[in-house]
Design a protein around this ligand. Structure first.
Ligand code: FAD
Ligand code: NDP
Length: 426
């Protein structure tokens, strides 16, 4: 025996929260919708975990950052779900799924059935063990994906005031956590294999702007190498990080941010996968017509680039969530998802935004010794990507618009001369 719903959202993260709000706006009936989540709390804005949550003073705590406050929308608390007749099945791990029978099986043995399933299972942090290093379980080694990880990180941080941290990985988690650790007065060394930070997005010139800023805050960078093993004390605490280049860094704590893997395993062999995620069409529908996927786990067609991508960012989770609900509830009125990729980060007092694709030739603009810097990416004679640090709301809107229009560019020198003015004139 088990429960049955018309709509089930599997996963209770960002995408689930935004989908729930959209369902209520489009008139879901009480008792029709259920959200199942491993986490013990209703959906929240995950980006807060590496920023406000880690502040030493007046840190962000739930319920202040439940979805959908990140998009200046209603804050959906447990009470809100109850009032809207949405069943929240929290603290519940789904251990298997059968898309033919339209059922999910919980770890406790309950079967939950659906007419339509929305997969919003997000992703998990990659572990050092997957790169042949042991020690992830040590009490002073932290990852950061969910609230439990964030609480652990806060505790470890507090237990090593003025101590030394090594941050492994130079991506989003690495950069944002390094900044938060510094704000907590911890000495930080970042270690990553690439020649510069944020290697998948930043050009060397953009990266050196941020590395210089981080240096000025006391962060040290060790680039082009990876860690090989930890030294542990008799209590199983890491005391030093040993690098492949032979050097050794004494530590009080370690933060690891070396990427993620989408949570697809329940559906492998049942649904078509692509780019490590679950392949969907422009209506976010998978290879099974009763099953949809959104957020980090979905590989969807990005119309603007004419190819399938899987994005790991909050704006894409929010917008794909709204889109899937429209597609399910009003299929005849819903066009294919037409999404302009948007990534951003905030560290210290810095704030950057990126729109589009970082493909083709790059034109940098702005004052790289000042506070406003930017770059455009031009591919096949068209603007395909824009980056801006330190702009106003209007500046960010302008680069987004110019990128969305894929404007033709025939003179790169002129584009460089105009800089941000080019986008503002559109
Ligand atoms: P998630 O929010 O990860 O939610 C997935 C949910 O599914 C989780 O609740 C999980 O427990 C649940 N789940 C998975 N498997 C099961 C199962 N078998 N049974 C039950 N439940 C399951 N993006 C930005 O653009 N800007 C930022 O500043 C930013 N900051 C971030 C900071 C941190 C620390 C992290 C980790 C991510 C950040 N991101 C940011 C990325 C952004 O948060 C994600 O893209 C977004 O959360 C994806 O939403 P989602 O709903 O697809 O997945
Ligand atoms: P990222 O993919 O951003 O970065 C991982 C980094 O670790 C890459 O530079 C990667 O290098 C490097 N790396 C890989 N393996 C190793 C290794 N063995 N040793 C050292 N470094 C290694 O992932 P994160 O973990 O930083 O972030 C996790 C998720 O959270 C992502 O989906 C991200 O989008 C999201 N997030 C987003 C934020 C934002 O948008 N502002 C903020 C925080 C998190 P390589 O490229 O060579 O593999």
């Amino acid at each position: 025996m088990g429960r049955a719903f018309v709509y089930v959202i599997l996963g209770g993260g960002v995408a689930a929260g935004y989908a729930a709000l959209e369902f209520t706006r489009r008139g879901v009936f009480h008792g029709e919708l259920c959200i199942i989540s491993e986490e013990p709390v209703p959906p929240y804005e995950r980006p807060a975990l590496s920023k406000g949550y880690l502040l030493p003073e007046a840190p962000a705590r739930l319920p202040s950052f439940h979805t959908c406050v990140g998009a200046s929308e209603e804050r959906l608390t447990q009470k809100w779900y109850k009032e809207h007749g949405i069943e929240l099945v929290l603290g519940t791990h789904i251990k298997s799924a059968d898309v033919k029978r339209k059922t999910l099986l919980t770890a406790a043995g309950e079967t939950i059935s659906y007419k339509i399933l929305i997969i919003a299972t997000g992703a998990r942090s990659l572990k050092l063990e997957e790169f042949g290093v042991t020690g992830s379980n040590a009490e002073n080694v932290c990852y950061l994906r969910d609230l439990a990880d964030a609480d652990r990180l806060v505790n470890v941080m507090q237990s090593c005031a003025s101590g030394n941290a090594v941050v492994i990985g130079g991506g989003y988690v690495g950069m944002e956590c390094a900044a938060s650790l510094v704000i907590n007065k911890i000495n930080v060394t970042m270690v990553f294999p690439e020649a510069h930070c944020m290697a998948r997005l930043f050009t060397p010139k953009i990266a050196s702007y941020y590395e210089d800023y981080f240096n000025s805050k006391g962060v040290k960078f060790i680039k082009g190498t990876i860690m090989s093993y930890f030294d542990m004390d008799s209590n199983g605490k890491v005391t030093a990080v040993n690098l492949r280049d032979g050097s050794q860094l004494p530590v009080d704590m370690v933060v690891v941010g070396i990427g993620i893997r989408p949570n697809t395993s329940l559906f492998e062999g049942q649904l078509t996968l692509e780019r490590g995620g679950i392949k969907v069409n422009g209506l976010m529908q998978t290879s099974n017509s009763s099953v949809y996927a959104i957020g980090d786990v979905a590989a969807f067609p990005v119309k603007l680039f004419g190819e399938t991508r899987r994005l790991e960012h909050v704006d894409s989770a929010r917008k794909s969530a709204r889109h899937v609900v429209a597609a399910i509830m009003e299929p005849n009125k819903t066009d294919d998802f037409d999404y302009l990729p948007f990534f951003y980060s905030r560290v210290f007092t810095l704030c950057w935004q990126f729109y589009g694709d970082n493909a083709g030739e790059v034109v940098h603009f702005g004052d790289y010794s000042g506070s406003t810097i930017g770059a455009y990416w031009i591919s096949k004679g068209h603007l395909v990507g824009s980056f801006l640090e330190g702009g106003s709301k209007e500046d960010f809107e302008a680069i987004a618009k110019a990128t969305r229009l894929k404007l033709a560019i025939d003179d790169l020198t002129e584009l460089e001369r105009q800089g941000l003015g080019f986008a503002l004139a559109v």
